[in-house]
Design a protein around this ligand. Structure first.
Ligand code: CA
Length: 221
């Protein structure tokens, strides 16, 4: 079953939701503040985030924005105490997919979770295969010879960009723009470090260097 993250500072509400969702067979992680929540959403294979808007340390809207800036496309269901049009628009603009106004019926939460997961969970065809390498882009999971690899967020973003252009040369600038924000693009040495790490994990021959041009994910090794 899908892995969900609840970011909610009302501890009693968060535990009640977590308990209910676990009874429905979801795996559930819980965070009680925005910073911890962002960290959890970025670093783990979370498939859906249930996000309270008013949170200590980092507000829900800002968490959502940063998640999108980092390239994470995980569905976000906002929980809001208010449902003025302005709040809802701000939430959707920040990258949330849906919202629920508190208090809500647990069954409605379940229905919305199911709907979001249906929309965002890849169909079988959404997996990409390159020899012994299998990428599930939507779930952000990568397998080599059947074993799941542990990749950092930036490694995943770089690999995703290469995979979507497999067999074509992708420039370092393009990779930098994929994984970093525009105002803090790294120099090409940093990209090389990430490529080196990816080669170590995927097999050296999988990513080819084309001098002066960039990198290419080899479809066949
Ligand atoms: Ca709150």
């Amino acid at each position: 079953m899908a892995r969900l993250l609840i970011v909610e500072d009302e501890v009693a509400l968060a535990s009640a939701l977590a308990r209910g969702l676990r009874e429905e067979s979801y795996s559930v992680d819980v965070c009680h503040d925005g910073e911890e929540g962002l960290w959890a959403a970025l670093g783990k294979e979370i498939e859906l985030v249930i996000l309270d808007l008013q949170l200590p340390r980092l507000p829900g809207l800002e968490l959502c924005r940063r998640l999108r800036q980092a390239g994470r496309k995980v569905p976000v269901l906002m929980l809001t105490a208010r449902d003025t049009t302005a709040d809802v628009v701000a939430g959707l603009d920040a990258g949330a997919h849906d919202y629920l106004k508190k208090p809500f019926a647990f069954d409605e939460l379940l229905a919305r979770i199911r709907a979001l997961l249906r929309l965002h969970t890849p169909a079988c065809g959404a997996e990409l295969e390159f020899g012994d390498l299998r990428l599930n882009l939507a779930a952000r999971r990568v397998f080599r010879a059947g074993t799941e690899l542990s990749l950092t967020v930036k490694e995943l973003q770089i690999l995703e960009c290469l995979a979507l252009h497999a067999g074509q040369v992708v420039s370092r600038d393009r990779l930098a723009e994929t994984a970093w924000e525009r105002d803090c693009l790294p120099d090409s040495n940093v990209i090389e470090v990430y490529i080196r790490n990816l080669r170590r994990k995927l097999g050296a021959a999988r990513i080819r260097t084309l001098r002066g041009a960039g990198y290419m994910l080899a479809e066949q090794v």
